[in-house]
Design a binder for this molecule. Structure first.
Ligand SMILES: [Zn+2]
Length: 68
């Protein structure tokens, strides 16, 4: 499910700041230690149903795929 999802796409939805991953739509954030918990979007976040609930896991997959 990650094969066609590039780093560019990931970065259009998420940002890494100070060791946290941030949803660029609602600006909520999650630490790496919470990687396997669902991402805590704001209730009003417009993209929360479109994005993965596990952005850290998805980033890991992208990096693994790009590294080959
Ligand atoms: Zn959000």
């Amino acid at each position: 499910m990650y094969n066609n999802y590039s780093m560019v796409d990931w970065c259009s939805s998420w940002a890494l700041v100070g060791g946290n991953v941030i949803c660029v739509s609602c600006m909520k954030w999650q630490t790496l230690s919470e990687a396997h918990e669902g991402f805590p979007h704001d209730l009003t976040c417009r993209v929360k149903d479109e994005l993965t609930r596990y952005p850290w896991v998805e980033l890991h997959q992208i990096l693994d795929n790009d590294r080959g």
